[in-house]
Design a protein around this ligand. Structure first.
Ligand code: DGJ
Length: 696
């Protein structure tokens, strides 16, 4: 028997008399022994293959060298080794006939209650085999009322939540487009066996695939209500030919289980992301002032210097120059030209970037710069010189999206060019300590000259790994440069790609009413330290409300600071100062989602210090016509206060209102909390309150 314990998440496997590997238990308290009266062979298979369980979805489908399409795996051996405070289990299986070895790999992260799983497939024969699908994880799940929660919605609609009851058949949640997959479907689902879990009650498993390309989750309800969840990279269009001796390693999937609602799964993933994934993940993040929604492509030194001064004035700590600064022969005045030509446009900025950088540093801020290094505009010097450097298929149109093509990073020379571009830009401009790395189109005509004609489908996986190589090189060449991951917003929101980054641009949708829901969804996978949230004019909402929403993520501004009214400027300063005080909580504290904005016109969340001695609570009332329905949160009466579940009944707490406002006169005196609830903000929606609770 193999017992795999990862804190709250457990898995037990055993070999039956039939030589096959079966799953005895999985989930919270999954560490169960087989029932003596039930032969192991009657338990579900640990990793079903095509041709083995003919009525079920397979986790693995291979065409063998002799053309056979069925695979039936038998147990060979199991090993365990220490790994980073946890254990690495490797379980070796082989096909009963074909020379195919399959290793199920499980790494436990007990400090985070997480189980990581991936699968290695090795061709031990003398002929080629084709691997059509390899799920990273495929546990059998049980439950009387299985429910799946998943997210998606496309550009500006990221992280729109759906929770649905699983019915007989297979529910697939798959992303597409390859470059910005999380815009469509971020790589996480929640499975609740016995009806939807709440934040603090019910059994629920969160499963996330750490992959920078398309992912696929299949939740299958089969005969007699047996459930299985298959998760991994998208196999369709990514078939892999393995030559003799070749091995394919799947991306990793992570499981976090909780018997006490969704909250613990998110907090486990957040701690893991901060401590094990994201670069410098436990460091406090700066307040970023970006130029995109302020100036778009209309950059000039006077306007930029004014933005830098404005940024210093409102409490910004890092000035980010977004798109539009480059392009010499093909100036970047809109999105039709210039990508690939990473030289400063001297028509716009005659003295280059350095005076701007120097001025920014003199004002006490850091300087950041936007790049989109994986892309090229056909209207560019780079494309004129290297039309063969793009992903394309022979004889087919090169379809453009946002007037651009995707560079083929599977080519060593192209990888070298991209790494070199970043090296050159940074070397030429001392003082840049932050880059925003964007990617603004999907993949079409997925062809590469680096692969033989019968291996073109390898591109789906190879391009992701080649892109990671470039990101890794940039991160290691420039350890002191912070990187923001962006793909038209939150198009790359995965625990694989984030290894090279410090944070990500959560969504291009910065309407704070929409952002409340987007950030709520994203918080099921990612900690607030990673989720950039900027005050903008989108939606034309009250400035203080926009600021209060941005303060619940990694705070910043993306607004023309010359256009602020006196009240707005004062509110901006107050928000930045208040954020300074609470950002350790927001960025590093434990998230408690209190009232969901899904189908509701109210929402509240809190970040709590690990000992519970300090917390910040954000409460928002939203316009009913802006995506919420009804006049209550999930049927909650309008005057139901916000319950704060982490408070100790016998302790006393002082509350300070730090809701951003134009004048100190708007601030209320601190008061002592009686009970364990807070009231909703009052006034015309959208309206917010931000309150700090301190234990006495
Ligand atoms: C898409 C990003 O999401 C925006 O924030 C901005 O950087 C634009 N690209 C610039 O073209």
């Amino acid at each position: 028997m193999v017992v795999i314990e990862a804190g709250r998440t457990g898995l037990v496997l055993a070999v039956g008399d039939d030589g096959r590997l079966h799953q005895i238990g999985f989930g919270p308290g999954g560490v169960a022994s087989p029932r003596p009266e039930l032969p192991v062979a009657l338990y579900p298979l640990a990793y079903p293959t095509f041709g083995e369980e003919v009525l079920r979805e397979p986790a693995l489908r291979v065409t063998h060298a002799d053309g056979a399409t069925s695979t039936r795996l038998r147990f060979v051996s199991a090993s365990i080794a220490d790994h980073d405070g946890g254990a690495l289990h490797r379980i070796e299986l082989v096909d009963r006939v074909a020379p195919l070895a399959v290793t199920l790999c499980y790494r436990t992260w007990p400090a985070y209650d997480l189980l990581e799983q991936w699968v290695e497939v090795t061709n031990g024969g003398h002929g080629d085999i084709s691997v059509h699908r390899v799920a990273a994880t495929a546990p059998a799940l049980s439950g009387a009322a299985p429910h799946l929660t998943h997210w998606g919605g496309g550009w500006a609609g990221e992280w729109t939540e759906t929770t649905e009851r699983l019915t007989p058949g297979t529910k697939s949640v798959a992303s597409a487009g390859a470059v910005r997959p999380s815009l469509h479907r971020p790589p996480i689902v929640l499975f609740a066996p016995a009806g939807p879990a709440t934040e603090d009650a019910g059994s629920v498993g969160a499963c996330s695939v750490a992959w920078g390309g398309d992912t696929r989750f299949d939740a299958e309800v089969a005969l007699h209500g047996q459930v299985r969840l298959l998760a991994g990279h998208q196999g369709r269009g990514a078939e892999r030919v393995l030559g003799p001796g070749d091995q394919f390693t799947s991306p990793s999937a992570y499981w976090a289980w909780s018997g006490a609602g969704i909250g613990p799964t998110s907090r486990a993933l957040h701690r893991f992301a901060r401590e094990q994934v994201v670069r410098d993940g436990t460091a406090i993040r700066a307040t970023v002032v970006n130029t995109w929604e302020a100036l778009f492509f209309a950059l000039d030194p006077v306007g930029l210097l004014a933005q830098i001064d404005g940024a210093a004035d409102v409490g910004g700590e890092l000035f980010l120059l977004d798109d539009g600064w480059f392009g010499t022969t093909h100036p970047r005045n809109d999105d039709t030209t210039g990508l690939g030509d990473w030289e400063v446009d001297r028509r716009k900025l005659p003295d280059g970037l350095q005076p701007l950088i120097d001025h920014t540093l003199e004002r006490g801020l850091r300087f950041g710069l936007w790049v989109e290094p994986e892309m090229v505009s056909p209207d560019s010097a780079l494309y004129a010189a290297h039309p063969d450097w793009v992903i394309a298929e022979p004889g087919r149109d090169r379809r453009e999206e946002r007037n651009q093509l995707v560079l083929d990073l599977c080519r060593r020379d192209v990888r070298g060019f991209v790494v070199d571009v970043i090296d050159r830009v940074l070397a030429a401009h001392p003082g840049i300590t932050y880059l925003k790395w964007d990617a603004n189109r999907d993949l079409t005509e997925p062809g590469t000259t680096t692969l033989a004609s019968d291996r073109q489908s390898h591109l789906a996986v190879d391009r992701v790994r080649a892109t990671w190589k470039v990101m890794e090189a940039v991160a290691s060449n420039h350890p002191d440069v912070e990187l923001m991951l962006c793909a038209s917003g939150g198009g790359r929101s995965d625990l694989g790609t984030l290894r090279w980054f410090h944070e990500l641009w959560t969504s291009d949708n910065t309407d704070p009413v929409a952002r409340v829901r987007i950030q709520w969804g994203a918080s099921h996978l990612l900690p607030a330290s990673v989720l950039a949230a900027h005050v903008t004019r989108w939606g034309d909402r009250p400035f203080a409300f926009a600021a209060a929403v941005a303060m619940s993520g990694r705070f910043g501004f993306d607004v023309d600071l010359r256009t602020l009214t006196d009240d707005e400027r004062a509110t901006a300063r107050a928000a930045a100062a208040a954020y300074h005080e609470i950002r350790d909580l927001v960025q590093q504290g434990d998230l408690h989602r209190l009232v969901s904005p899904v189908g509701s016109d109210r929402t509240a969340l809190a970040y709590v210090a690990p000992g519970g001695e300090r917390a910040v609570v954000f409460a928002y009332r939203l316009p009913a016509d802006a995506g919420g329905v009804g006049d209550g949160a999930g049927g909650m009466a309008a005057d139901t206060p916000i319950d704060l579940p982490w408070l100790e009944a016998e302790a006393r707490y002082v509350i300070r209102n730090i809701t951003p406002a134009p004048s100190a006169a708007d601030a209320t005196e601190p008061f002592e909390l009686t009970g364990t609830t807070l009231d909703w903000p009052i006034g015309e929606a959208p309206v917010a309150t931000v309150q700090v609770l301190t234990r006495r």
